[in-house]
Ligand binder design. Structure first.
Ligand SMILES: O=C(O)[C@H](O)[C@@H](O)[C@H](O)[C@H](O)COP(=O)(O)O
Length: 218
């Protein structure tokens, strides 16, 4: 990260989610190409974003990563994102992660290439500083591929497929949404520019939306 990110701290996870939804709606009001994180943190933001009035038919979305689970598995990121966004007419590019890490990465390379550069990436942050499925000290971090297979992930399930640093670093704006006391140490490391996977993503504009619990404020 070339310069400290813009940080905004909110009283509660709900107010942070509202701010994230507003930002998504503003930045994507005319459509565009965006990356949406998996995991639990952003789901309320997606639900609120899904109510926005924008040119949904011009919006192309892709999860930051996908777990290698059957397509209908409730823990699939694409399913959780679609369920949260509700009945809007956007395009959601789904990783065929049920085919396994390598085959899914191979099949999505061209789709991702055609989506680049991203207008925006909303990303989460793991307690170990991971983002998407790019985990510390994992070989996927050193890959130059746009889409990387991930085996042996420390966060279940172990097999995943993820946008690589080469793709995520082609986002004009990266927004991290980080809430909860469990993320306190990871957020501190993110803001200090320490060498965690999230800080290996280069973007012209990096914003961090956090709640007081993650920021370590009473
Ligand atoms: O597939 C995933 O799990 C996510 O893409 C992952 O990168 C997530 O963003 C972080 O692990 C934070 O997860 P939570 O928001 O659930 O804490």
């Amino acid at each position: 990260m070339s310069h400290p990110p813009f940080l905004e701290v909110f009283d509660t996870p709900e107010s942070a989610a509202r701010a994230a939804a507003r930002l998504l709606a503003e930045r994507l009001s005319a459509g565009g190409r965006a990356v949406l994180a998996g995991g639990q943190t952003p789901l309320l933001a997606y639900t609120l974003f899904g109510k926005a009035d924008l040119l949904w038919h011009r919006l192309q979305l892709i999860p930051s990563d996908e777990r290698c689970l059957p397509p209908e598995h409730p823990e699939r990121n694409d399913r959780a994102i679609a369920a949260a966004l509700g009945p809007q007419t956007y395009t959601l590019h789904r990783f065929p992660a049920e085919l396994g890490p390598e085959e899914a990465a191979r099949r999505m390379e061209q789709t991702v290439r055609e989506l680049l550069p991203f207008d925006l990436a909303l990303l989460g942050l793991g307690e170990d500083g991971h983002t998407a499925s790019l985990f510390p000290d994992h070989p996927a971090l050193a890959s130059t591929r746009l889409v990387v297979p991930v085996r042996g992930a420390p966060k279940a399930p172990p097999e995943r497929v993820s946008l690589g640093l080469a793709a995520l670093s082609q986002s004009a704006t990266v927004i991290y949404l980080v809430t909860g006391v469990a993320k306190r140490e990871a957020l501190r490391r993110l803001l200090r520019g320490e060498d965690i996977p999230a800080n290996r993503i280069q973007a012209a504009e990096v914003m961090v939306l956090a709640d007081r619990a993650a920021r370590g404020e009473p």
